[in-house]
Design a protein around this ligand. Structure first.
Ligand code: GLN
Length: 482
């Protein structure tokens, strides 16, 4: 049975069809994986009991009997949705997010809630109020963030898929750090109904998995128009696995973002692995050229300002009145608000709300928020121009491999600058996938790179990623000790 641990969704489906294993056996098996191994990685905030999981499941559907976990900012009716924050520690959702409903209707087992940075604010999962998730490849290292619990659970073979959310890189970054596949979809392609907001104009839910095929399969359930989200695109549901032929689109033109490979602080092994990945795509027939995108140098700063502004506005609702915890011993209404927010939020979240209110305040909004929106328009324009010339773009997902806990405690800004590799795509609203492309020689830590495309190019991205994956061994490797 332990062979099941690192099998893909595709293989599990085959085993179910051949009746080699039953839905319930799979459920038992993966619940046992958590019971045995999650002590090591601390990926989950909660694993549900078997009876309650079975209550929510339907035996029909494309993902029937396939277990996974959700990042803890996605609402599941009757379950806690804490965003890894004290302020929502005991908050139970009264409804299902659209993705929850779709995954349930597809028959998937939702095993539990995965740890993350508090309200998705971070790059290492260290800002969670509850626990520190470890990287399965090296337990002394962080798993990346903010969806680090979801990524670690998949990488450790505790589940074959998980959902995360990506506002400035929070799916792609931990996917790269944990050696798995993660997609940040086109803005508006996956419903945000029931996703607790961080930066609403950037947030997208997306899947983690160990293979590109699995990712496309789960994505086929998630994506498509939803009436309940006013920013949802009018795109019908589709089968995103249909294009996975193993070959590249004819005359595929790929641009390699030059500045990203030579970025300051870029680890030479990561740069080399990404160049090798480009070599593989070339061998498969892609026409590759270098492209320069100078406005990307401003994207982390623009993202910093806009995401904080939106966070300040979104998190104003957690006030002790409408949701979550309320400070008990306050004499006045003002004290109640103050104490609830003071005790309920962690340092990172409070800092971001203060920065957000500052950049929006009269007298400063022009200098910060409005300028950041102008830079965002320039970045969008630059992507648009580049996509006249190439079909897809390549850049690393990160500049350094997984790092030690606390490595950036003294220099938070340096941690935020890692968003350079991922947040431009959130600013432009375009899709990007991170897939494994190697390991560092020194520490055997995973390396990932991104395939980026114009709006709604998910099918082309998956096709290209799948062809690459078929040529390379990285996705078959698993960490020791699990
Ligand atoms: N690291 C980024 C941040 O801290 C991205 C977070 C995210 O995508 N949720 O804002």
């Amino acid at each position: 049975m332990s062979k099941l641990a690192f099998t893909t969704v595709k293989q599990l489906k085959e085993k179910l069809e051949k009746k080699e294993v039953s839905h319930e056996e799979l459920l038992d098996f993966f619940l046992k994986r958590f019971a045995e191994y999650d002590e090591k990685v601390d990926s989950a905030l909660e694993i549900f009991d078997k009876e309650s999981i079975l209550e929510h499941y339907s035996a029909e559907g494309p993902l029937a009997g396939i277990p996974g976990v959700f990042k803890d900012n996605i609402c599941q009716s009757g379950r806690v949705a804490s965003c890894a924050s004290k302020i929502l520690e005991n908050y139970r959702s009264t409804y299902d997010a659209t993705v929850t409903r779709r995954m349930k209707e597809a028959g998937a087992f939702i095993l539990g809630r995965a740890n993350c940075d508090e309200f998705s604010m971070g790059t290492s999962t260290e800002t969670s109020a509850f626990k520190k998730t470890k990287n399965p490849w090296d337990l002394s290292k962080i798993p990346g963030g903010s969806s680090g619990g979801s990524a670690a659970a998949v990488a450790a073979g505790l589940v074959p898929w998980a959902l995360g959310s990506d506002t400035g890189g929070s799916i792609r970054h931990p996917a790269a750090f944990c050696g798995i596949v993660g997609l940040k979809p086109t803005y508006g392609l996956v419903s945000r109904y029931g996703l607790i907001a961080y930066g609403s104009s950037f947030d997208q839910i997306g899947p983690f998995s160990r293979s590109v095929y699995d990712n496309a399969l789960v994505f086929s359930t998630l994506a498509g128009h939803d009436m309940k989200d006013s920013t949802s695109l009018f795109v019908n549901k589709k089968d995103y696995t249909a294009n996975l032929t193993g070959t590249l689109k004819e005359n595929l033109r790929i641009g390699v973002i030059e500045g990203a490979l030579n970025a300051q602080g870029m680890d030479s092994e990561i740069a080399l692995s990404v160049q090798e990945a480009v070599g593989v795509l070339k061998k498969l027939g892609a026409k590759v050229k270098k492209v320069s995108m100078p406005t990307l140098d401003y994207s982390a700063a623009a993202y910093f300002v806009i995401s904080r502004a939106e966070a300040a506005s979104n998190l104003a609702r957690f006030d002790g009145v409408r949701y979550g915890m309320r400070s008990k011993d306050s004499e006045t209404l003002h004290d109640m608000y103050f104490n609830t927010r003071h005790d309920g939020f962690g340092e990172e979240v409070k800092t971001r709300m203060m920065v957000g209110n500052y950049v929006l305040s009269a007298g400063h909004a022009g200098q910060f928020y409005e300028n950041a929106k102008k830079v965002q328009r320039l970045i969008r324009g630059e992507f648009k121009n580049v996509f006249n010339d190439v079909d897809l773009l390549i850049m690393p997902s990160h500049s350094v491999p997984a790092f030690e806990f606390g490595a950036f405690d003294m220099n938070k800004l340096q941690m935020d600058l890692q968003d350079y590799f991922t947040c431009p795509m959130n600013l432009a609203g375009i899709p990007a996938i991170s897939i494994p492309c190697g390991f560092t020689k020194k520490d055997n830590l995973p390396i990932g790179f991104q395939i980026i495309g114009p709006h709604l190019s998910e099918e082309l991205i998956y096709q290209t990623a799948y062809a690459y994956e078929k040529e390379t061994p990285w996705h078959t490797m698993t960490p020791e000790g699990f």
